[in-house]
Design a protein around this ligand. Structure first.
Ligand SMILES: Cc1ncc(COP(=O)(O)O)c(C=O)c1O
Length: 344
């Protein structure tokens, strides 16, 4: 069976992408802007990472580097692993996922559901050889029967967004976009989306909100990744080293948003409109809220729901976790929420 026929024969892979866009009513009202989220949590694996997983695998099969019977290997914070696991399962490839300790237990369960083998590494800085990326690379290159996906440097990661996510978004918004807010981990989404948007209209503002401990903001300002390595509850976003995808990111603004601010916004949104989401999505929405407040009424700001609230049950929505991390889950009134997000 050729690749095209095989892809068509698997229903699951047909429903990756073409995700809907939702207006976030409470924050739109507070800012006088229209704030939208592209609901990438509605991909079958529950995250935006299904897109690069599918595109990287399809291109690897098409170019002949991934052959029948081989095993897909990747170092990941979990969601790329889930995307690869479901694509691998659908197309008949085994998948080995290397991920650091401390990732949400929800991801482990989904990975096992799709039959992936998990290798856990210690959560250590990049300089340490036990870092999940380095272990993933070592395992991925240890056998001719393994194909290492390498989302961090594989251009098919960013191309999945340049060719899919971004044009869908631009079309569904009728090109009426004033700002796009996109946090970066591997940088694939930010690269593909920012490149596409700037090609359509260079006035579309691209904002990259960054979690605590990440070196991305320093990289954009100074060309160097520097980090204080402080803890963040977010997963999949923030990085302390250069990877190829960063070559393509065209950003206008980057700033750090604290876990405390994300927690306060999460509690507000759940109360006001029953909206729950993953922690990187909250980072995106926090950036969109700030951007709307800064740009002033009448603007259209869009961002991504990268994964849903079910991936954050054990962390951002868990009172015991908040207590342990000294995060305050108190519901703040409108005025205080606006004050919190006005200036940074
Ligand atoms: C939940 C979530 N959000 C955002 C990202 C960042 O996306 P990208 O790798 O395209 O920068 C990831 C990456 O793994 C993720 O898992």
């Amino acid at each position: 069976m050729d690749l095209k026929t095989k892809l068509k024969s698997t229903g699951l892979l047909q429903v990756i992408g073409n995700t809907p866009i939702m207006k976030v009513q409470s924050l739109s009202q507070l800012t006088g802007c229209d704030i939208f989220m592209k609901c990438e949590n509605l991909n079958p694996g529950g995250t935006i990472k299904d897109r690069p997983a599918l595109h990287m695998v399809v291109e690897a099969i098409a170019s002949g580097v991934l052959k029948p019977g081989m095993t897909i290997v990747e170092g990941t914070a979990g969601n790329t692993g889930i995307g690869l696991a479901l694509v691998g399962q659908a197309l008949g490839y085994k998948v080995i996922v290397i991920m650091p300790q401390g990732m949400a237990i929800e991801k482990h369960k989904v990975l096992k559901l799709y039959g992936a083998e998990i290798v856990e590494t210690e959560a250590v800085p990049f300089s340490d050889d036990r870092h999940f990326f380095k272990v993933g690379k070592k395992i991925g290159q240890s056998s001719p029967d393994y194909w290492w996906a390498n989302q961090f440097d594989n251009p098919d990661n960013y191309l999945s967004h340049y060719l899919g996510t971004a044009p869908e978004m631009y079309q569904d918004m009728d090109g009426k976009i004033d700002a796009v807010v996109v946090a970066a981990g591997s940088g694939g989404t930010a690269a593909g989306v920012s490149k596409y948007m700037k090609e359509q209209n260079k006035n579309i503002r691209v904002v990259v909100p960054d979690p605590m401990g990440s070196g991305i903001c320093s990289y954009f300002k100074t060309g160097e990744f520097t980090s204080d390595h402080s803890y963040t509850m977010t997963e999949g976003v923030g990085i302390t080293r250069f990877q190829d995808n960063f070559k393509w990111i065209q950003q206008d603004e980057c700033y750090t948003i604290s876990d405390q601010k994300l927690t306060s916004l999460a509690m507000y949104l759940r109360e006001k409109e029953g909206l729950v989401m993953g922690m990187s999505s909250m980072l995106n929405l926090a950036g969109a809220f700030n951007t709307a407040l800064k740009m002033g009424p009448g603007k259209r700001v869009i961002t991504f729901m990268c994964d849903g609230g079910e991936r954050a049950i054990s962390k951002m929505y868990n009172p015991e976790f908040l207590l342990e991390k000294k995060l305050d889950g108190t519901l703040l009134p409108e005025k205080e929420i606006v004050e919190l997000f006005k200036n940074f």
